[in-house]
Design a protein around this ligand. Structure first.
Ligand SMILES: Nc1ncnc2c1ncn2[C@@H]1O[C@H](COP(=O)(O)OP(=O)(O)OP(=O)(O)O)[C@@H](O)[C@H]1O
Length: 251
């Protein structure tokens, strides 16, 4: 397991959340979230629609600010602009320039990440190969389908080979064949030491994670490896474990 090897180097954890709270108006959306993601982990955040996953991911990446508590990434207190270069973030709604081509979008993000010259071109080719969009590099994004936009957003998150990838529902709207190949790539990145935090509704994706946090109504109900969660709840599947451990209905 990569966690042990990396812990030996005693690097600070990839993600440290302490008592995070967030409310919109009077409605508490996150309520006392404390958790840690170790370096090199593939970590899944699993919860029903509206449970607070996207809100938490936005706080982690510094897009939004918590009302209370602290977020530290790779040892740095967030939000911090310079962390942009060390994190790859794929939001649930695509942040793309529709009037530009995919290549121009990638070039724009490459400049934010301070990638230039031959390395920039190499990375654009490599990231677009992962999401199988090389043939569509010079197409305007306006002509992309919804699934293609998701794939381009993932390519942008991978572009600068970040230490930490934060992916909000990365495979929604992506066909099963490509989903499998994206998962192969995520597992390969994990093997290389990249830390990956993703949100998902898909139970078989949750099974592939080293650890999963179950979230319901803004609270963590359980956090452990898929095997341990099943053992703890005496269930045969993550879906059943999720329900048994207070996760409610559909994940
Ligand atoms: N900017 C906002 N203003 C008001 N309410 C918000 C805002 N952002 C999120 N919420 C509310 O916070 C709750 C959690 O939303 P969030 O998007 O974090 O859930 P989620 O678990 O990511 O759901 P899904 O899986 O459907 O994306 C929801 O009730 C949502 O309506």
């Amino acid at each position: 397991m990569p966690i042990t090897a990396v812990n030996e180097l005693s690097l600070p954890p990839a993600v440290e959340l302490r008592d995070i709270t967030r409310a919109f108006g009077r409605k508490p959306v996150l309520d006392g979230i404390t958790m840690q993601v170790e370096r090199g982990e593939l970590f899944g955040l699993l919860g029903p629609s509206g449970s607070g996953k996207t809100t938490l991911v936005k706080l982690i990446t510094g897009i939004d600010k918590a009302d209370g508590g602290s977020v530290r990434l790779l040892g740095e207190t967030m939000p911090k602009l310079k962390m942009l270069q060390r994190i790859g973030y794929m939001a649930q709604s695509d942040a793309l320039y529709n009037e530009l081509t995919a290549k121009e979008n990638l070039q724009f993000f490459a400049s934010l990440y301070e990638l230039s010259g031959s390395r920039r071109n190499e990375r654009i080719q490599a990231a677009m190969a992962v999401v199988d969009l090389l043939d569509h590099l010079n197409k305007p994004v306006a002509a992309y389908s919804g699934g293609m936009k998701r794939r381009l957003s993932l390519a942008i998150a991978l572009l600068h080979e970040p230490e930490l990838l934060v992916l909000d529902e990365p495979t929604v709207g992506i066909d099963p064949v490509l989903r499998q190949s994206i998962w192969r790539e995520l597992l390969a990145l994990r093997e290389k030491g990249t830390t990956i935090l993703l949100t998902t509704h898909v139970m078989d994706e949750a099974e592939k994670c080293d650890r999963i946090a179950l979230i319901r109504e803004g609270k963590l109900t359980a956090i452990d490896s898929p095997e341990a969660l099943k053992a703890k709840s005496g269930t045969a599947s993550i879906e059943e474990a999720f329900i048994a451990l207070g996760g409610g209905g559909r994940g």
